[in-house]
Structures are given as C-alpha cells and as structure tokens.
Design a protein around this ligand. Structure first.
Ligand SMILES: [Zn+2]
Length: 404
C-alpha cells in the first residue's frame, strides 16, 4: 500500500503523489517569535518532523521550509510593551530558545528557515502582481485582497463565504476601507513607531498571510506538495494563502496536501498565550528527558485534539525504557520483512504513529522475552530511528539538510 495522507482541502485520505517524482516540497508555518515555545508548538513540529523523516525513509528528497514571522501585530505589541525594544532583538532571543527546544526534541532543522523581513521585495512584487491581475486594490496606502474575485475562497474550510464572514477573524482590521467583509490586508500603512519599508503604495509593512505565500514560492516554487500547520491556521491564514498563490501564479493547486495538526489542550482548554494556560517545552524538559517527551507527543495522532496530562509522563518513561532496552545490542543482518511491512502499513495510514508505537511495543515484548522472530530487533531499531529517536540511531537535528 502506498502512503495515504488526509488533506484538509479534499477532506479525505488520498494517495500521496508529488509534483516532481521522488521529491517532496513541504512548507510548515513557523512561529511568530514574540514568546517562547509551548507544548502545542512542540506537538506540531515533532509531528511534521516525523512525517519528514518517514518520507526520507521512503527514499524521497525532502525540501522542508519553515518560516519565521518576524514582523506582525504581535511582534510590534511586545516591542511596545518592552519600551520600544528592537524587534530583531526580541526575535533573536525567542528564536534561539525555540530552536534549542526543537534540537533537544531531535527535530531536524529545516532545509530553509526564511524570515519574513528578508522577503519584503518578494511580498511587494506578489502584491503588485495581484493588483495588476485585478485581485487586489489599494485604499490610501493599504492594499487588500478582494476575496470575491476568487470563487474557491472558502473551499479549504468547506463553507460558503457568508459562513466564513460570520466567524471571528483576526484579519478584520480597517473594516471601513474594505470592499468585502472577507477582504484581507496584503500591505498596510504603519504607525510612526512601527517598522516600515518602501513600496509603490508608500511606506508600510506586509499583511500576515502574504508573508507565507511569498516565502513558499521563493523557496519551493509555485506548486508544493505539503503545507502543514496547526488547525487554528485553516481560517483565515491558509484560506488566504491559497487565494493569493493561485491568483498570483495562475497555477492550481498551489498545494496538493494540506495537513493540519490538532490542538493540544490543558484540562480540556486549548493551550494559548491569550488564555495564559501554557506549558512551556523548555520548563517541562528540565525534568522530563526530551526523548520521553517525543514519545509522549507521538503517542497521539497528529490530527487529534489531545489533552496534555502530567500524570501520563511516568508511564511514558517505562514505555521508553522497554523500547530502548529491546534494541540495545541490535546488530546487523537481515530485518524482519513482516515487522517492516506492519510498521509501514501503520505509517502509510495517514501517519498513524500511535498505532505504529503499539506495534513496536509488542515487538519489544517479544524481543525481551526471547520469542522474537529473526530480524525483529533490527526492524524495531530502524522503525524507532524513523520516528526520530536518537538512541535508535536517528539522524540528529543539525543534519536536517542532509538528503539521500
Ligand atoms: Zn504561514
């Protein structure tokens, strides 16, 4: 069976096929580095790292791009709160913590890690192209995308524009200037204390969603295979990205597979900065080994909204110890075709990591009891390496750019 992935756009599992044979172009929305990494981020990036590792194990070359949103409302808000501290300084401080957290979780580094502020020229060019093509308009230095010019607007969310318009929308700035309620900013005028760049519409800064479209096209080309991110980005961010990219390039689809991870909750409530219920990855890893945390995160399917419970962590420790013990001393020789195929079957089913881990637990039990068939220990080790565990020989984070 080939790999099948669930795409939010088609709303079903489809056989994975790439634009170019043997190559995967994958873009995952990065963080806005105005604060440190919480467990929800760790969940998302460990899951997409595992997908990337699985694709590598299938023999694909994987181009994995993850952006840094270093200019937006949140960055400006934090800079103001800190007495006008330079945004670049806030970015670098939080980004260093974020990257260190992901390194410890053995997340491979992206093949490209672009910053929005390094792509202002691409953003201005894309915005100008959208105006020329009749998909965007300028009002007093602000440029809006006109969503009614894109008939598929709403397709990713599977609802009509009228239903979308009724939703809460972080893009609802400058309502009085817009032609339609769902129109969103591609370029915006700035206040005196905000960073700004020159443009054909006067000094300003980019809108939010245009940043990702410009960086995706700049680094991966006009059509990509996988776009990943948290489910909270489906509207409006990813809906906007499709509209911008397909109208600017004229190519459909912009992306073949839209993958969205579930939201991690704390006692039933989504973890978020605004609710003040964050569990920080760096704090948790003071007491929990990063490999244990990785195992804990992969015990949940990436699309599931899961509850984080501290009580589950001791169970993870014993599960981890058994798996590690079972592959200790694994040597060369042949693998178990049966175990390899069973592991692939779970992973091919929309990356069923919980199912794959259950299977590996059973194999570990057989290895430890001395009842395993030939090659099972080797296959177990290979599978655990594919899931990104350093003790099983998984490639380390700094080797992210390595391609087979
Ligand atoms: Zn994005």
């Amino acid at each position: 069976m080939p790999l099948r992935l669930y795409s939010s756009l088609s709303r079903d599992q489809r056989e994975f096929q790439t634009v170019r044979p043997g190559e995967v172009r994958m873009y995952v929305c990065g963080v806005t580095p105005y604060d440190v990494t919480h467990l929800g981020h760790a969940f998302s990036y460990v899951q997409f790292d595992t997908l990337r590792r699985y694709l590598l194990s299938l023999g694909y070359r994987v181009h994995y791009v993850q952006n840094v949103t270093d200019i937006d409302d949140d960055m400006i808000m934090v800079s103001r709160r800190q007495g006008g501290r330079a945004i670049a300084e806030i970015r670098d401080e939080n980004d260093a913590i974020f990257r260190a957290d992901l390194d410890r979780l053995n997340v491979l580094r992206p093949t490209a890690y672009p910053r929005a502020t390094d792509h202002i020229a691409d953003i201005v060019e894309t915005t100008a192209a959208l105006i020329r093509a009749g998909h965007a308009y300028e009002v007093g230095g602000d440029v809006f995308f006109e969503t009614t010019t894109f008939p598929r607007y709403g397709a990713l969310n599977g609802v009509t524009p009228a239903e979308l318009a009724a939703r809460e929308n972080p893009e609802s700035k400058r309502e009085h200037k817009k032609r339609g309620p769902l129109d969103f900013l591609l370029w915006q005028t700035t206040a005196a204390d905000e960073p700004s760049w020159p443009s054909p519409w006067g000094p300003g800064r980019p809108g939010w969603s245009i940043e990702c479209t410009a960086m995706s096209v700049a680094h991966l080309g006009k059509q990509i295979d996988i776009h990943g991110g948290g489910r909270d980005l489906v509207f409006p961010h990813h809906e906007n990205e499709i509209a911008q990219a397909e109208c600017a390039t004229g190519l459909v689809p912009f992306c073949r597979f839209w993958l969205h991870n579930g939201m991690l909750r704390l006692e039933g409530v989504k973890m978020s900065k605004s609710l003040g219920n964050l569990v920080l990855a760096c704090e948790l890893m003071r007491t929990v080994p990063p490999d244990h945390l990785r195992l804990y995160l992969l015990s949940t399917h990436y699309r599931v909204d899961a509850d984080y419970t501290a009580e589950a962590l001791p169970t993870v420790a014993s599960r981890f110890d058994r798996l590690r013990l079972a592959v200790t001393g694994a040597s060369g020789g042949r693998a178990s075709e049966r175990l390899d195929a069973a592991f692939r079957a779970r992973m091919d089913d929309d990356l069923d990591t919980p199912g794959a881990l259950d299977l590996l637990d059973m194999a570990a039990t057989r290895v430890l009891a001395g009842t395993a068939e030939a090659g099972e220990q080797k296959s177990l080790r290979t599978a655990l390496a594919t899931l990104g565990f350093g003790f099983a020989g998984a490639r380390g984070p700094a080797n992210g750019s390595f391609e087979p």
